[in-house]
Design a protein around this ligand. Structure first.
Ligand code: PMV
Length: 318
């Protein structure tokens, strides 16, 4: 049995504006992972989506089935025939929650299949393959999810440019709180596109401001100046509200985290549901996590953001 895994991710600054060419920054969440296991069996490639209780033969799967798509793309890239194997996929990441579950599954599958065939996919190759599947999930993805997940490092990302891995000057804690409301990135991106068409100048200004926040956030993170990062996250959340992708439930989570002492908080990912993040000092973690739960979070995780693989545990102690 051979296993490969890939982390989830959170966007710190610049979701949505990144679709329009502005910079964004994102970090991996090392402790929340998708895993793909592969073992030899007779009779072509069998894919098992363990969390969904589904399994199928690759040859029978529809073109747009995401697990089949990443398997076919990987085999094509390696110019390899379908192996006689069973590929089992599991994920600790909530689906449709802005934490990169789709890209994490794709990267884990691509790497497991490649390893089974005696190849190693570097970050660039794994990211490029996962990007093709992101298009099935989201339509017009910027590419930030597959990039940060395949590199498993903090990235400063501009659509179409090579990702820049940046330095974390001082590790910092984030809480990630799941609203429990499913979030469709495709729908959120479409909503922003429609609103932008009606109010172009206004949206261009919002995106420019978000890009400036991402640039500034990168500088203060590299300098280890976490106190300054909090207000940048707050401002980013205000702009995301103005774009129309927040919800009262997300605003409530953000407000509760701030009231309990978080340095800053915002929704993360496509919005209209999904997760919020809160920047916290270590001594505030427990109080802020409790406030988030009281405000309706169905799950709260904590992650230490640093350059190597961060540690992560469930703030619920599970
Ligand atoms: O997959 P999500 O929900 O984290 O969204 C990705 C971020 C967006 O900027 C909203 C979309 C994109 O393609 O970058």
């Amino acid at each position: 049995m051979l296993e490969r895994s890939a982390p989830g991710k959170v966007i710190l600054c610049g979701e949505h504006s990144v679709v329009y060419g502005r910079p964004a920054i994102a970090v991996p969440v090392a402790g929340l992972r998708a895993r793909a296991q592969i073992e030899p069996v007779h009779g072509d490639l069998r894919i098992v989506a363990a969390d969904l209780g589904e399994e199928f033969w690759l040859r029978n799967a529809p073109v747009k089935q995401p697990l089949a798509a990443i398997a076919r793309l990987t085999l094509a890239r390696l110019d390899a025939a379908e192996p006689d194997a069973r590929l089992t996929v599991r994920s600790e990441l909530p689906i449709a929650a802005g934490l990169g579950s789709g890209a994490a599954v794709s990267v884990a599958v691509a790497r497991a299949l490649a390893a089974f065939l005696g190849h190693k996919l570097d970050a660039e190759a794994a990211s490029a393959l996962a990007y093709e599947v992101e298009k099935i999930h989201h339509g017009t993805p910027s590419g930030i999810d597959n990039t940060v997940i395949a590199w498993e490092q903090p990235v400063y990302f501009i659509k179409g440019a090579a990702p820049e891995i940046f330095t974390i000057g001082a590790p910092f804690w984030l809480l990630i709180a799941n609203s429990g409301i499913p979030s469709s990135t495709r729908a959120a991106v479409q909503r922003v596109r429609q609103r932008r068409a009606a109010e172009r100048a206004c949206y261009t200004a919002y995106f420019a401001r978000m890009g400036q926040l991402a640039d500034k956030a990168r500088r203060v993170i590299s300098a280890g100046d976490i106190t300054v990062l909090g207000p940048l996250l707050d401002k980013n959340h205000t702009l995301l509200r103005q774009l129309g992708v927040s919800l009262p439930a997300l605003d409530r989570l953000v407000a509760s985290a701030r009231a309990a002492g978080a340095l800053g908080a915002k929704l993360t990912g496509g919005g209209m549901g999904g997760n919020v993040i809160a920047l916290v000092r270590v001594e505030q973690k427990a109080a802020v996590a409790e406030a988030l739960r009281q405000a309706g979070a169905v799950q709260v995780w904590e992650t230490l953001v640093k350059n190597e693989n961060g540690t992560q545990m469930n703030a619920d102690g599970r």
